[in-house]
Design a protein around this ligand. Sequence first.
Ligand code: NAD
Length: 346
Amino acid sequence: MEPIRVLQWGLGAMGSGMARLMLEKSGLKIEAVIDGRPDYVGKDLGDVLGVGKSLGVTITNRPEDVLKKEKVDLVILATTSWLSEQMPDLRKVLSAGINCISIAEEMADPYAQSPELARELDELAKKHGVSVLGTGVNPGFVLDLLVVTLTGGNHSVERIEASRVNDLSPYGPTVMKSQGVGTTPEAFRAGVADGSIVGHVGFPESIHMISDALGLGVDRIEQSREPIISKVHRETPHVTVEPGMVAGCAHIGVGYRGDKEVIRLIHPQQIHPQLENQDTGDYIHIYGKPEIHMAVKPEIAGGIATMGIAVNMIPHVVAATPGLKRMIDLPAPAALMGESAYSRHI
Ligand code: NAD
């Protein structure tokens, strides 16, 4: 079996983890890497990853040199959260006739907030005979695909409530800022008002996917962001939180059909939740026939699972019919542990 040839675009925390994972997979080969960081450009991938040997792949900041469909079967984009920011790069990949996976949160379901861009991506992919998917741990898995899959045996579903309670401590300064960690409650509220504190990115996408998959008819989505105010001293390498300051963001997204609430997604994220006896976990409650309650404790590890799901979806995206796909449109992801995991579509 010939390995699937992958171009990794974006070699940050997620992209470098994906690259390391792909090196372990016999069915995948890293053909090229793009990143704009001046300290990476021109270096061998092996040196940047610190794997102790040269891999014969030189990092470039010139997409036009490596986006060749004769050499690359699929591009993984791990650069930004925002669809509008990623559109120029998505256009380049699809126009080159190459399949694409993106972990941009807004790419999980571009129909949710940008139907025009979604249609453009769908048409472009179809024109060039390739497919494009947005995925990740969340959105892309825990608060959408997993929810949808759990209803697989249901006769009916009245209402869904799902929550992901996690620990932000491992993340860097960008995440601390976008979640408002280390601010005062007043600065947090001002940040939410001016858009500099966003909390989680992905509720409209997850709610739209669940509603679409089940036919729940959600016609309105509302979101709220509240500060999680610490009672104790908390600290990470990037931020210090004294009692009375903000340790995280309690973000809620609710989907309504008319005036009836049908989907509630809850995502409180904070540093060191254990210091106030807060367990972490993923919880899904389906109210209908039958009623289902699922708990995963602690939560599915976000970084590991994002790298994993993006890589594990590669064979599905290469084998998919052309067009824009969401996780609800393709076969369920599975870990790539042997030859049948790559070849079962052929
Ligand atoms: P990061 O900041 O560590 O890395 C981004 C990398 O991309 C950097 O090396 C940067 O130089 C490079 N880059 C950015 N734009 C580029 C461009 N146009 N061309 C070339 N290189 C470019 O970020 P990360 O932690 O790796 O995450 C990447 C994105 O994925 C973030 O926006 C993050 O929010 C998102 N994400 C989504 C999920 C999900 O569940 N869907 C999970 C994790 C991360």
